[in-house]
Design a protein around this ligand. Structure first.
Ligand SMILES: [Zn+2]
Length: 430
């Protein structure tokens, strides 16, 4: 059912997107309880998981209750499928009823019954895909789920889909021109490659092409790439966060482009990747996903390894779900300083806003039972006011990472070797 919002510049795909916090809690609690009891009944691995911590399914009714269960990570899935082939004891239906099997690196085999999956469409709907649009889907159609699942979701919005797959930029360009394509689905870097191919072939991209809607996942859209695509090539861009194991796009942007709304068909937790405990809004942790509509396999608390945080503030678009902020890195690249995660990629993003800095490196030590963080910085211009620069960097760091440096050292050129690690953890835990 489509609810048209009144007085808003946006339209919703379903009523779940605008439910109240209380209604969402009840809805997700009910779906969670059903899906856990279904997994417990039919899937031996889920039963072992609950029995292992002495829980019965009816004890898991709220998001908070999931904390009592361990997180299953990619390495666990690979091991489970190796020891209990083919699906790791996680299948909740008869093997002969599996419609499709996708493969993700590992390998991990993901059994899918597509019938009834309509919710991915929300993400494309929020990106403006409608009947009358002609969309190229440039995700691969073999083995990985992105091609077929997104294809069907775009169709659910009423648009025509061209199953392009990846590669063949010349064919992509020709098709986009000949069929007056209006929408692009793929990665930002691939769209840039297609634009370059078009320009190299003598096209004027803005004049000769109608494609103006772009939907991305698979890699984060950098603010600079977004600016180029929107200002120079007149695209309206949206991004979504998708994970294959729990089955698809789990968070998506609205026209405000200020974070990705959680999809109500998944429970999304942000957890401390060491203790697996839930973290509150604004804190960086690992994204953990539990599908509550998947009736095919009993995956509970899947740890994605991606680091992000979430915000709970109301979004002017009218959608009421919390929003995931950008992916700041991988859990394996993060270092915890006084209880907060510092991630190399995020630190690089912060320092890139300071053109006075030519190189930097972060050291983490432990002194007197306290973590100490030191920034080592090389300057472009030796005359720079070091005191005010240090204050500015620390202020920015604190507001992004919720922790700041204890010491900022300005060092001579060449002290920081090229290609050295961004964050050096010198703590000795022995
Ligand atoms: Zn919104």
């Amino acid at each position: 059912m489509v609810v048209v919002s009144k007085g808003m510049p946006d339209e919703y795909f379903d009523e779940l997107e605008v439910m109240s916090a209380g209604a969402r809690q009840r809805y997700q609690g009910r779906m969670l309880e059903q899906s856990i009891s279904n997994a417990y009944k039919y899937c031996p691995t889920a039963k072992e998981l609950l029995d292992g911590v002495g829980l019965i399914p009816s004890k898991i009714k709220k998001i908070r209750d999931l904390e009592k269960l361990p997180v299953t990570r990619k390495t666990d899935l690979i091991e489970l499928q190796r020891t209990k082939p083919p699906y790791g004891g996680m299948l909740t239906i008869a093997e002969e009823d599996v419609e499709r099997v996708f493969l993700s690196p590992g390998p991990v085999y993901e059994p899918i019954q597509h019938s009834g999956i309509k919710w991915f469409a929300k993400s494309f709907w929020a990106a403006g895909f409608r009947r009358g649009d002609v969309v190229v889907n440039t995700f691969t159609y073999h083995l990985s789920p992105a091609g077929i699942l997104f294809h069907e979701a775009i169709r659910d919005c009423g648009a025509t889909v061209i199953p392009m797959g990846t590669g063949h930029t010349e064919v992509q360009v020709r098709t986009m021109a000949d069929l007056s394509v209006t929408g692009f689905v793929g990665t930002p870097s691939f769209l840039m490659a297609v634009i370059k191919q078009a320009e190299d072939s003598g096209f004027d991209f803005n004049k000769d092409f109608k494609v103006k809607k772009a939907w991305f996942t698979g890699e984060m859209l950098s603010p600079s790439a977004r600016k180029i695509l929107e200002n120079k090539y007149e695209f309206d861009t949206r991004q979504a966060y998708a994970v294959t194991e729990p089955g698809g796009a789990i968070a998506y942007e609205c026209y405000r482009k200020e974070g990705m709304h959680f999809m109500d068909e998944y429970i999304i937790e942000i957890v401390d990747p060491i203790s697996d405990k839930q973290l509150g809004p604004g804190k960086i942790g690992e994204i953990v996903v539990t599908p509550i509509h998947n009736k095919t396999w009993g995956l509970i608390r899947f740890g994605t390894g991606d680091l992000s945080s979430y915000v709970t503030e109301e979004c002017p678009c009218g959608r009421t779900a919390n929003r995931l902020t950008g992916i700041v890195g991988r859990a394996s690249d993060a270092v915890k300083v006084r209880g907060m995660f510092v991630v190399a990629r995020q630190a690089e993003g912060i320092f890139s806003d300071f053109p006075q800095v030519s190189q930097f490196q972060i050291f983490v030590d432990r002194k007197a039972q306290r973590d100490e963080m030191t920034f080592r910085i090389e300057l472009v211009d030796k005359e720079t006011d070091r005191g005010s620069l240090a204050d500015e960097i620390n202020r920015k760091f604190q507001s992004n990472c919720l922790v700041k440096a204890d010491r900022i050292e300005f060092v001579a050129d060449g002290t920081i070797k090229k290609d050295s690690k961004t964050i050096v953890d010198r703590r000795d835990w022995r």
